[in-house]
Design a protein around this ligand. Structure first.
Ligand code: DQA
Length: 142
């Protein structure tokens, strides 16, 4: 079955309890369950890691597999710092959509820079956890 990978970086395992005034109170388990219910013709796979290298390994693992039609990737703070993750996205064939729950452009200046935006096919930011659904819809329309 065609598969979309929802890939989350550091601290996103704490969604629901982490700074709820910024990120809301919905857990990632709820987000994934909702996506699986909405998009029942597609496999929604989920992977989260707090470790840069694990995220890179996952991008390499799925990035040449034709079963995957896209990756919806919230790289967390690595968005703003990781050239290695940007290089991994550049290296693979599967398209990657950059996702943010918060509107990073309305926050501190350091969050206005993304090292991964130039190598992603699009960016969705600021719609709360609905950003993940919007990214899945974008991938399904590629
Ligand atoms: C985030 C925004 C990042 O700046 C931050 O470091 C995160 C979450 C978001 O989803 O809004 O961890 O990617």
């Amino acid at each position: 079955m065609k598969t979309i990978l929802i890939l989350n970086g550091p601290n996103l395992n704490l969604l629901g309890t982490r700074e709820p005034e910024i990120y809301g109170s919905t857990t990632m388990e709820d987000v994934i369950a909702d996506l699986r219910e909405r998009f029942d013709g597609i496999e929604i796979e989920y992977f989260q890691s707090n470790h840069e290298g694990d995220l890179i390994d996952k991008i390499h693992e799925v990035g040449f597999d034709r079963q995957y039609i896209g990756i919806a990737f919230n790289a967390g703070a690595y968005t703003h710092t990781s050239l290695a993750i940007a290089d991994a996205i550049s290296a693979v064939k599967v398209p990657v959509v950059e996702v943010h729950i918060s509107n990073v452009h309305a926050r501190e200046a350091i969050r206005h820079t993304s090292l991964i935006s130039p190598v992603c096919c699009g960016v969705i930011a600021g719609f709360g956890v609905d950003s993940y659904r919007l990214a899945v819809e974008a991938i399904m329309n590629f």
